[in-house]
Design a protein around this ligand. Structure first.
Ligand code: SPV
Ligand code: MN
Length: 631
């Protein structure tokens, strides 16, 4: 029997105490007891999986002012502090044991003892006078080969409420754990710290997110923005990447969706990784297809098949530019009276939600993450405060969406993934869609070379390319070279390895304008779908295989009822040798910087690709139109 101390009895009511005791899990009890002592909340409420407890979290978030009511009764709004509007990369660190430290320095590691002492110092009495909550969740479906059980201890009812929307409940899963499994779960301790009148964390200078990948625990203090606070999202993802690396599966920063081909009676699952602002959500939500998840997947070899699950059950989505025209499915849902948390947008005097690019007439005043707001207001640095933040978000359950793939979401053994998409952003190098001839080539030439290019909309210089291998760099919790090797090795023993494709929706024409409309991604996806089923021919390029013009012309006509000219095709699918040589040089240099001990085979493969491209350039010129290249 677990020892439940007098301290917990003092801080819990009888129901909560009984729920904790019923788990008969000494490691859970010890975790709760330790942070009850260190953080010293006034009370601790333990949640089970029932709707009453989920409703209680929402009610408390409202009562405590962390969320506020909106015009529609089921919607609420939350504000993160003015300086807590995105993931804090600088303050997010790994606590590395001596044997891990050197290899994890480039990922932001701190010496274990030093970092732990600092974060525990910050945690001391941080919840004094506040109420805390303990809730159990699972990453992936419960009772499945994918399940990672998690326990969250937080003093933020906004965080707990968000998690209740975003993750599968798992109190019952903990209750039914067998003796041998009881030690294996992730632990998250979070405090928003002291709050101001808007319900926002005040001590942002003491904001820290410290992760111990060896003991699978994350400490997050003095923040609320979900990417900093929610244990189950990016903290859990880093622990899962480490765990999967040790155990031979994968945790990837990917959506999971199905391309539908009703004519042929096919449903083909794709997973896709895109750095931010490269089209990830819009690909997951292509009209007429099905979505399983939009952010994180676990991939496993199950019975020789490549299978994946969505780790989450909701979306924490960027709201900017969600409007009736560009994003009709989400927009419609945000106008309905269903459980929704808006964050960092404007609450108008009519108590309705307004955000940047919402396509509605917006009021000149209201409340936002700056407090009471009027158009033209300036912040302490003299910068105009926009009506909402560019990283403002909405939190909803996925099953509200008409295009939600319930079947794929519920499958305990996941869905069979047949295609992987790696989508970057550049104006002049990567063609809209290209298939890799092999898994290995896909990982080394498509996934590792992913980059996103700054635009005039982002701060800093235009046209700068940021390396973003697998779109996962912020979360890779062990040396990058080994992570790539694990990706390469993952398919050993898999019978039907998925095809890998690259995407780039952002090619610009000679006039500097985008070459294709937002919906063209449906055509690239369906070309990939057809290739998987052996349908289309292809031209070779030095890096892969590209579509033939007549196939795309027909797909544009059939799927979008638009014309696609041969001139546009030729421009978009021209292989640009020098641009690719530069891209491979940037990739190799980046890996050298991040992981000097990365296996030699990575460099060797990039050198080999460069030789092939240099030879192609010598034979065909710098810009090789589709079909001209002969290997
Ligand atoms: C991302 O930035 O990749 C997100 C949002 O999905 S956050 O929760 O901030 O990580
Ligand atoms: Mn993400």
């Amino acid at each position: 029997m677990p020892v439940i101390t007098g301290l917990l009895q003092k801080k819990m009511n009888e129901t909560s105490y009984k729920k904790l005791a019923a788990l008969k899990n000494p490691k859970v009890t010890a975790f709760v007891e330790e942070f009850a002592r260190r953080c010293n909340p006034r009370s601790i409420y333990v949640c089970d999986d029932g709707p009453e407890d989920a409703a209680y979290l929402r009610k408390l978030a409202l009562e405590k002012g962390e969320e506020r009511p909106m015009a529609l009764p089921n919607q609420t709004i939350h504000w993160d502090g003015y300086g807590d509007q995105g993931r804090d990369k600088k303050a997010t660190r790994y606590l590395a044991r001596p044997e891990q430290l050197e290899k994890m320095r480039s990922l932001g590691a701190l010496p274990y003892e030093e970092g732990l002492a600092e974060i525990l110092g910050i945690a001391e009495n941080i919840m004094e006078g506040k109420d805390a909550v303990v809730k159990f969740f699972a990453e992936g479906p419960t009772r499945s080969p994918f399940t990672v059980p998690c326990v969250q201890f937080t003093d933020s009812f906004y965080v707990a409420h968000s998690e209740a929307i975003l993750y599968r409940p798992a109190y019952d899963h903990f209750l039914n754990m067998k003796d041998g499994e009881k030690d294996v779960f992730f632990r998250f301790i979070h405090s928003a710290g002291r709050l101001d009148k808007l319900g926002c964390s005040v001590n942002i200078d003491k904001r820290r997110v410290y992760m111990d990948t060896k003991d699978n625990i994350v400490y997050s203090m003095n923040n609320q923005y979900a990417g900093n606070s929610i244990g189950l999202k990016k903290h859990s993802m880093r622990l899962a990447i480490n765990k999967s690396g040790n155990e031979g599966w994968l945790c990837e920063h990917m959506f999971l969706m199905a391309a539908l081909n009703p004519e042929k009676g096919r449903k083909t699952y794709f997973a896709g990784a895109y750095p931010s602002a490269c089209g990830k959500t819009s690909t997951a939500m292509i009209p007429g297809e099905k979505i399983v998840g939009d952010d994180i997947v676990y991939l496993r070899n199950i019975g020789g098949e490549f299978r994946g699950v969505n780790v989450e059950q909701g979306i924490f989505g960027i709201i900017k530019d969600v409007n009736a025209e560009d994003d009709p499915v989400i927009f419609k849902n945000l106008m309905l009276d269903q459980e929704t948390i808006f964050s960092n947008i404007l609450q108008g005097p009519d108590k309705k939600p307004y955000w940047l690019g919402c396509g509605l007439e917006t009021p000149g005043e209201g409340m936002n993450n700056h407090g009471p707001w009027k158009k033209g207001d300036r912040d302490a640095e003299g910068k105009e405060v926009p009506l909402a933040h560019g990283n403002a978000r909405y939190t909803i359950r996925l099953d509200y969406l008409d295009n939600f793939d319930q079947e794929g979401f519920e499958a305990k053994e996941g869905v069979k993934v047949q295609g992987i998409l790696y989508g970057g952003r550049d104006s002049d190098t990567t063609v809209p869609v290209e298939e890799s001839p092999s898994w290995e080539d896909g990982i080394l030439l498509k996934a590792c070379t992913l980059e996103s290019e700054t635009t005039s909309a982002t701060l800093g210089k235009e046209g700068v390319r940021t390396p973003s291998p697998m779109a996962n760099l912020d979360f890779v919790a062990y040396p990058l070279g080994r992570y790539v090797l694990n990706n390469l090795n993952f398919v050993k023993g898999i019978k039907d390895t998925p095809r890998i494709f690259s995407n780039n929706y952002f090619m610009r024409g000679p006039d500097g304008k985008f070459m294709t409309g937002k919906l063209a991604k449906k055509v690239w996806l369906h070309w990939a779908e057809g290739r998987i089923h052996g349908e289309y021919g292809a031209h070779e390029t030095p890096t892969g295989r590209i579509p033939l013009y007549p196939d795309l012309k027909k797909l544009f006509k059939d799927l979008l009822d638009t014309e696609f000219s041969e001139a546009d095709y030729t421009y978009l699918f021209t292989f640009r040798c020098s641009k690719w040589l530069e891209k491979l040089d940037r990739t190799a240099a980046f890996f050298k910087k991040m992981d000097p001990d990365a296996p030699a085979l990575l460099d060797a493969r990039w050198e080999e690709a460069k030789k092939k491209i240099a030879a192609a350039k010598a034979a065909h010129g710098d810009e090789i139109p589709p079909g001209a290249y002969k290997p």
